[in-house]
Design a protein around this ligand. Structure first.
Ligand code: GLC
Length: 451
């Protein structure tokens, strides 16, 4: 009952949030993503298509898919191929670009038992919350799931049921301008956040004379799920824990306060004031437009910057994120899964679509055209894939991964993350961490208690 109420509430908040997010995204989108990327390589053909056609041809399904970077272009190309080969009509609807708002959209549909969604992409932090509404894929896709990283399959398995199939992974990385490092006599990217701030300041001061829009460092500072991911990286890389550790709220500690205040001090200095409204797309646009020396983002940004015609093609590199004085580099685990709704009228056709979308050839296609992290081990090691995605090299890919505290929060994760990102956004916009962290702590404790 409690859960149902939560979902309804999430739905209402979601409508408002969606409108806000669409206007934020529109305001920040200086240019459209580059559709030619996915179009240049053909979507792989569907294996066993004749048999699928015989069984499900003519059925219509809706896939709620990606909207960040070139994700929608990829989804549309794959869906078109799937329809061509199997006769199953797939309508692709991009979800909200902000993960937590996409959550609210799905939560609303599930609470209404709506059959309007057949397949949905779900964030790595959602399987626990959505499990009751998702089809167990184990009987049909259990064998294929064995090709995927066991840790992600385990995350997608709730009470023994495979509620989603891994689709692509994610971890935070640092993008840096190689040409500008050279110009300002730096031989390597920064190792610590303090180094990054110093380097960003020097480069920004120099570049501003010819480009008044130039910023030292950009990241996802808007009050949304992406900020929880960024803040976790700052805090964990400074030795300040993982927001909740062993079921206890740990976010209010001296190391966390120090690193958060250090970030606050850079707003309006080496990062533009507007960073507190940036999501992934705005970050990518600033960097790929040649307006930033450093950016924190997920791997999908690599492919866009490396595309012919990009202003930074050949000029940038990627590496692990910097760390705090007493910490080590980390990257927040992100990533997406594909799930089939229990309310789907065509679960058989939907499962075949998920089988195709999470198969090795499609993951290879996605990695090469869209620089997304494969969840299939053999694809991640494939030579052509590694060549297109240097962040897969062990020096970067083996970075310590930190996870958001979803396992302690279950259905309350989104509510708790909202407390975190709203509080951190307050810090970035001027409040001191000694004022905000105790408030975050007590709200998180209440949420944990109410579970
Ligand atoms: C990326 C990650 C996802 C995360 C989101 C936050 O899409 O894959 O896990 O929640 O960014 O913006």
């Amino acid at each position: 009952m409690k859960h149902r109420r939560l979902l309804v509430l999430a739905g209402v908040v979601g409508v408002i949030a969606l409108i806000v997010s669409l206007s934020v995204a529109a305001a920040g989108s200086k240019r459209a993503a580059q559709p030619q990327v996915a179009a240049t390589i053909g979507a792989p053909k569907v294996p066993n298509a004749a048999a699928i056609k015989k069984k499900y041809g003519g059925q219509k399904i809706t896939f709620v898919g990606d909207s960040v970077g070139n994700g929608h272009v990829r989804d549309a190309a794959l869906a078109k191929r799937f329809t061509h080969d199997t006769g199953i009509q797939v309508t692709v609807e991009p979800h909200s670009a902000a993960s937590d708002q996409a959550y609210s959209q799905l939560a609303r549909a599930f609470s209404e038992k709506s059959s309007s969604i057949d397949v949905a992409m779900i964030d790595v932090v959602w399987p626990g919350a959505f499990a009751p509404y998702l089809v167990n894929l184990k009987p049909k896709l259990g064998k294929q799931s064995k090709l995927h990283l066991a840790s992600i399959v385990a995350n997608d398995t709730i009470n023994g049921k495979l509620v989603a199939m891994p689709w692509f992974g994610d971890y935070g990385i640092l993008y840096y301008r190689k040409d500008l490092l050279k110009k300002y006599h730096y031989s390597a990217p920064p190792k610590t956040w303090a180094d990054l701030f110093t380097m960003a300041k020097k480069i920004q001061t120099g570049e501003r004379s010819s480009n008044p829009n130039f910023a030292g460092f950009v990241f996802q500072g808007n009050a949304y799920e992406g900020l929880t991911c960024n803040a976790l990286e700052w805090i964990a890389s400074a030795g300040g824990g993982h927001i909740i550790d062993n079921g206890k709220v740990t976010i209010d500690n001296a190391k966390a306060r120090k690193i958060l205040d250090a970030f606050r001090a850079q707003i309006g200095k080496v990062t533009p004031t507007g960073v507190t409204t940036y999501q992934e797309d705005q970050t990518e646009h600033a960097f790929d437009n040649g307006d930033a020396a450093f950016a924190r983002n997920w791997p999908y940004q690599y492919g866009i910057g490396a595309t012919a015609g990009s202003k930074v093609k050949g000029k940038f590199g990627v590496t692990v994120l910097p760390h705090g004085a007493s910490g080590k580099p980390v990257g927040t685990v992100g990533g997406w899964q594909l799930a089939v709704s229990k309310f789907s009228k065509h679960p058989g056709a939907a499962i075949e679509f998920v089988r195709y979308m999470t198969s090795p050839p499609v993951e290879k296609f996605d990695a090469i055209t869209n620089s997304n992290v494969p969840t299939i081990v053999s694809v991640a090691k494939n030579k052509a894939v590694v060549k297109a995605n240097p962040y897969l090299k062990p020096a970067i890919a083996s970075v310590s991964r930190v996870t958001r505290p979803a396992k302690f929060l279950g259905t309350h994760y989104n509510e708790a993350s909202k407390v975190v990102y709203q509080g951190i956004n307050q810090i970035l916009t001027g409040s001191s961490s000694s004022q905000v962290l105790p408030q975050i702590k007590s709200k998180l404790q209440q949420i944990l208690k109410s579970k």
